[in-house]
Design a protein around this ligand. Sequence first.
Ligand SMILES: C[S@@+](CC[C@H](N)C(=O)[O-])C[C@H]1O[C@@H](n2cnc3c(N)ncnc32)[C@H](O)[C@@H]1O
Length: 353
Amino acid sequence: MITEKCVRDSFAEQAGYCKILGSSFMSDLLTGLGKQLDKSTETGRRVLQWSGDPAHKADALALRLAGALHALARSGQDQALAKFYHNPELSSDAEFIPAVLSAIAANDDELYQWLEFAPQTNEVARASIIYSGLSVIAKRFGLPLSLYEMGCSGGLNLQCAQFGYQFKGVEFGDNASILQLSPDWSGELPPDANVEILSRQGCDLNPLSVMDADDAAKLVAYLWPDQPLRIARVEAAIAIAKNDPPKLEKADAAAWVEDRFQADGAKGNVRVLYDTIAWNYFPDPVKDRIDQHMHEVGSAANADNPIAWLTFEFDEEDKGPFLKLRTWPGGGQAEILASADPHVNKIHWLQEN
Ligand SMILES: C[S@@+](CC[C@H](N)C(=O)[O-])C[C@H]1O[C@@H](n2cnc3c(N)ncnc32)[C@H](O)[C@@H]1O
């Protein structure tokens, strides 16, 4: 049975992870809430009487409340709270947690509703590694690409060809873009190829639309206030997406892939399925259906109508994540192109050109 102590312990545990991941602000916030949140508000009651598993690997309850507070602070509705979010270095100040508790009391009705949502981010830095993989596909087939992303969240990385990249000082992508990414790069560079995107679409169990103000606020709220670079990247990607939003569908990945990938696809383009840090959230039967379907339609592919499947995921032994590519015609054997950290600060290119 989940007790109040379990919930408070889960906040302390999440605070520890946040500290390791470089966020003193989140560590101070969640440590303070874990000790001082009480049942005088609906938010406090729902948190402390949580019936599910509050742990990071399950409901991630602490991050749900943290996202709600970040959104409130960004809305400017509560100036006393916003002061700390604008100056995250003040999080060790004795007034911080009292300001948070006052904000919860004053905005209770708005905040407790956020507890229903699982935290959902869309890591824009992963565009670097996807774009590198697309360069390999474009070089191999010499055709434009039609992109299909499963588990795409807000679909921000479907815009990856509209971002600019510097890999070891060499420019790739759109170098006039307002969003520029330059991960540390080791190994050879990806091929210099004309990456032309014909179409972009994605699916998610809960797609977040950049055209919806609440969804766009969520994409930022689950980032951490003392990580301004990640926030700036997501804001830039949202601004780009608003000009030409990709088509996102609320769908389970297996049903969507089975519907979108047919053996008789249009000629003159490569249909590219891809996923980044989403595969391990899919149940095993969903994974099996996608795997089987891609191999079936792949066996009917030819040079005019090729298929590629690009993945940036942890492997079965939890190693990685690795960038892997399967292409058809050609049998669909997985080639390992690169490894990187999950937030793609560093890329190690493994493929020899
Ligand atoms: C960790 S997020 C990664 C989002 C995005 N790919 C990225 O790298 O920023 C995983 C995403 O997979 C989605 N998801 C989980 N199970 C799914 C399923 N069966 N079908 C489609 N999407 C799913 C979640 O809603 C979530 O948006």
